[in-house]
Design a protein around this ligand. Structure first.
Ligand SMILES: [Zn+2]
Ligand SMILES: [Zn+2]
Length: 185
């Protein structure tokens, strides 16, 4: 799940407005990407990662299996250089889609596209999405039991539920001809 989580985190970092050298560095290090430090993350590298993150978003933002598959194939084409089974750092055996000699951007592309593809196989190209709360824009990976997740967080789910409840109350007030106390505009 490391590649999938990294994809999710990169997309959410970009949409949070907190895309900085330091924040990206922390994410990559947390995902066991080798030889990452602030020197390695120069402006050009950060820009390439940002462009790639934009492409990753399209996988979460797909509304059909066909569209998601198509987006993933575009990413795989660019991301996968080789496939090897690897064991290191106490991690369970997993696939590597790039070599250690590949540059940082290429290794991030390999990790995220390969990870998403494996997840898509398991999840039948479902269980990914964009938060259903209007205006949020964060993405999520759904590892819940029933696979019906619609929000990036419980907080967004609650906020949206309250909002819809208020809207229904107002709608009911209108349809019954009652006066609804709405702020004057
Ligand atoms: Zn590895
Ligand atoms: Zn949200």
């Amino acid at each position: 799940m490391i590649g999938v989580r990294l994809a999710e985190d990169l997309v959410n970092l970009a949409c949070s407005g907190g895309w900085t050298h330091l924040a990206v560095c922390r994410l990559l290090r947390g995902s066991f990407v080798r030889s990452v430090d602030l020197d390695a993350l120069d402006d050009a590298t950060l820009r390439s990662l940002r462009d790639w993150t934009h492409q990753l978003r399209s996988v979460f933002d797909s509304h059909s299996v066909a569209a998601r598959t198509e987006h993933l194939n575009v990413l795989l084409e660019e991301g996968v250089r080789a496939v090897r089974l690897a064991v290191h750092d106490g991690l369970p055996p997993h696939l590597h889609f790039a070599g250690t000699e590949d540059d940082l951007v290429q290794r991030v592309k390999a990790l995220t596209s390969g990870g998403l593809a494996i997840f898509a196989v398991e999840a039948e190209a479902g269980r990914m999405g964009v938060c259903a709360r209007p205006g949020c824009g964060r993405v999520f990976v759904d590892t819940s039991k029933n696979g019906r997740r619609a929000y990036c967080s419980a907080k967004c789910g609650n906020t949206h539920a309250v909002h819809r409840y208020r809207e229904r109350q107002q709608g009911a007030g209108h349809s019954l001809g009652r006066s609804v106390s709405a702020p004057a505009r």
